[in-house]
Write a protein that binds this ligand. Structure first.
Ligand SMILES: [Zn+2]
Length: 742
């Protein structure tokens, strides 16, 4: 139950990520008494030891020195039986011994050791006696950083790397190119950065509205020279972090194609380097042979700079309309026997894969690269939920799990007004408790889940302070998920996170506030015509709620555990801050209507990542969880199971054109007794929205009572984004919610 914390149980040491094996001893090592002879370098090296000394100085204000009699001793023992990257750390009153097979283990031991130091009110520093044997759960423990939407200085990139290292992450996925700017110097193609590195203005107006930055109307951009990149790669390597560069292809490439339009399809029109969010039509021509030479040249220089096993090639969100209109692309499709544009993308990616393989590297890309087939050695990053990851792993590909909810740290984590980031909340608790390895993956293919990664896209985080705000404290959660063999209870983790904040303060980190968010889980009980309600909160504070739509106060019901509702309800729930205000009231409407829990068939399936909450997404009784269908209509037939008298149908759609989501162009309701002959009972013609709105549209219809068994809803999609839209011609989405039948 939220709010309850075991008090009798002995508290865990304040370590994040929590070690694989830990045994507490008795007594402690007196660090204050040993400052002058603290460290014996032994098998460590100067860089490691100065790292330790500097970190402890920053975090605890203690000046440690080294000498032959030093009581903190480092040993490399190659015979030690330890998994890769593991270490042993032993603290006793007599001293501290750190042992590992190789340097990386010593480095991770230092990250543990610095967190073990305790300083009392009198300023006396000690380390509690403990024996730790530690090693990671996953080989790939990643954090991504987008520097295309906004660029960050070399010093900031290094700071970011330090944050990863402190949390035992070992991979930085550096998103260097996109529609909004090309950031990597390529000597053979200087215009990539001279032209492709700059856009008209900083853009992303929402940031200026929120006061996050100002738009001075001047060109915005920049890039990293190859010398700077080498410096960053070396800096990361010393902290045992591999940088995996991402060169997006074939889409998300407007910046490259504005610089070198010869690799864009003929007659595809003009491109610009974007200063807003979204997906541009900038896609490399798949028919033009010189495109591949260009990309191989770019990748050759990239591989020179980055020694990583993997090279990320993007592969996501590729509008293919330019290909379908291009004679060269059409010829290529014929020549390579590609039956459709997806197979042409597969051809494109596989050519690049062969080139990387020939050079001893492995390709990794976003889960769209699975469409149309993929080379066995290639790996997949599952971002559209975990379904793509499961599919890839079952097909034998290695997978890194990065589901956008909850692992995209660009989504806000709290309800602080004007907090930087994309709409859509992903709380610290969401990140910590998310089941990384889906239950539906076969046991033998679990080994293909090689890691987890959190991503930060920077459209709405223009400054480094915003990056810090969004990655902390969530970085602690991804760290523990990636490293520790098993996660602990939320309450245990929450307590340990509290103890990390003073350390972040010492490092001057602008971390985000833990939210006062209350999650409402509804578990429908279809047989009983009821639903079980559960509230989930981050903070150990009471949750107050109502079920009649009124605003909760501190006199409202206090949540005491799961409860069952069997009447229509409008639930509102919140926690209160110490000053009596609440930053957010969560709500959910539940409706036990006549189609509640009834099965239905969709003529065109929803995308796996927008499943409306499962099998009964359109009839589960609660509002606000959507199914999403791309390009095609929502054409659904509900089977009520028996002839039932009905007089009302209502449906709900989302209208949010800037996210490529459009309400239906037309919508018609039909009813049928036998499932063969359908009679129309209502139709609406809302047309196509021509403005930047974000709204829910409903289509209630009332008619004379009819006894029917089947109901069909046909909601026609606009198909593609209209001419006025920044992504004109790109596939549009239609999002449908509960279909309420009364
Ligand atoms: Zn073409």
């Amino acid at each position: 139950m939220a709010g309850c914390q075991p008090t009798s149980e002995k508290k865990d040491l304040n370590l994040i990520p929590y070690p694989a094996e830990l045994t507490e001893g008795s007594g402690m090592f007196d660090l204050s008494a040993n400052l002058k002879h603290a460290i014996f370098i032994g098998d460590a090296d100067e860089a490691l030891v100065s790292y330790l000394i500097n970190t402890i100085k920053t975090e605890q204000g203690l000046e440690l020195s080294t000498c032959e009699q030093g009581k903190i001793r480092f040993e490399i023992n190659r015979e030690l039986q330890l998994p890769k990257e593991g270490y042993q750390l032993s603290v006793a009153p007599q001293g501290v011994t750190v042992t590992a097979n190789e340097r990386v283990g010593l480095f991770y031991a230092i990250q543990t050791l610095r967190q073990l130091i305790q300083v009392d009110e009198k300023g006396q520093a000690s380390i509690p006696a403990v024996k730790i044997k530690d090693y990671p759960r996953f080989a790939w423990r990643g954090m991504h950083f987008d520097v295309s939407r906004h660029i960050f200085s070399v010093a900031e990139i290094k700071q970011f790397i330090d944050y990863l290292a402190m949390n035992k992450l070992n991979t930085l996925h550096w998103h260097l190119v996109d529609d909004q700017g090309w950031r990597l110097e390529i000597k053979k193609y200087p215009k990539l950065t001279e032209v492709g590195g700059w856009r008209d203005k900083v853009g992303f107006e929402a940031n200026q509205t929120k006061g996050l930055n100002t738009d001075d109307g001047k060109p915005y951009g920049g890039f990293y020279t190859q010398e700077q990149v080498k410096d960053v790669v070396a800096y990361a390597a010393e902290r045992h972090i591999t940088i995996v560069p991402e060169i997006e292809l074939p889409g998300h490439s407007a910046a490259a194609l504005v610089a070198y339009p010869e690799y864009y399809c003929d007659n595809a029109g003009d491109l610009e380097i974007w200063s807003q969010a979204g997906v541009s039509a900038g896609v490399y021509c798949a028919g033009e042979e010189s495109t591949f030479q260009f990309l191989e040249d770019v990748l050759a220089e990239t591989m020179e700079l980055f020694p990583s096993e993997f090279i990320h090639i993007g592969g996501d969100e590729t509008p293919k309309d330019t290909w379908l209109a291009c004679p060269k692309c059409k010829k290529r499709m014929k020549d390579v026997n590609a039956h459709d544009e997806h197979e042409l993308q597969s051809y494109f990616v596989s050519r690049i894969e062969k080139y990387l393989s020939k050079n001893g590297r492995r390709l990794i890309g976003w889960d769209e690269i699975l469409d149309g087939g993929l080379a066995p050695n290639a790996a997949v990053m599952s971002w559209r939920g975990v379904a793509g990851g499961v599919k890839a792993a079952e097909a034998g590909h290695d997978v890194v799990m990065t589901p956008m909810f909850p692992y995209y740290f660009n989504h806000v984590q709290n309800h602080v007004p004007n907090a930087p980031g994309h709409p859509g909340i992903s709380t610290l608790r969401d990140v910590y408790t998310f089941p990384t390895i889906p239950a539906n993956i076969s046991v033998e293919n679990r080994k293909h889940i090689i890691g987890v990664q959190a991503n930060i896209w920077t459209e709405y985080t223009p400054k480094f302070e915003h990056i810090e705000y969004n990655i902390f404290p969530r970085l602690f959660a991804i760290s523990e998920v990636a490293w520790s063999p098993a996660i602990k209870t939320w309450e245990n983790f929450y307590t340990r996170v509290q103890n990390q904040f003073p350390i972040l303060d010492k490092h001057g980190v602008n971390y985000g506030e833990i939210s006062y968010h209350v999650g409402i889980n509804v578990n429908p009980q279809y047989e009983a015509n009821a639903a079980e309600i559960e509230f989930i909160a981050e903070r150990p504070l009471p949750i107050f709620y109502t079920t009649d739509g009124s605003e909760p106060t501190q006199a409202s019901n206090v949540y005491k555990g799961k409860f069952v509702l069997d009447q229509n309800a409008h639930i509102k729930a919140c926690q209160f801050k110490p000053d009596g205000t609440t930053p957010n009231i969560s709500e959910k409407e539940i409706n036990f209507h006549k189609a509640f829990g009834k099965s239905y068939e969709l003529k065109y399936d929803h995308a796996p990542q927008y499943d409306g909450g499962g099998k009964f997404g359109l009839t589960n009784g609660f509002l606000g969880v959507w199914i999403g269908v791309e390009e095609k209509p929502v054409d659904v037939t509900i089977d009520l199971g028996a002839e039932t008298e009905i007089t009302k149908i209502n449906s709900r759609f989302k209208n949010q054109p800037m996210s490529w989501v459009f309400g239906p162009k037309t919508i018609t309701y039909y009813v049928s007794v036998d499932g063969q002959t359908f009679n129309e009972v209502a139709t609406f013609n809302p047309g196509v929205t021509e403005s930047d709105v974000n709204e829910i549209v409903t289509y209630p219809a009332e008619f004379a009572p009819e006894k029917v068994r089947y109901i069909r809803i046909l909601a026609k999609s606009v198909g593609v984004c209209p001419d006025w839209h920044p992504a004109a011609g790109g596939k549009a989405w239609i999002f449908a919610d509960e279909i309420i039948v009364e």
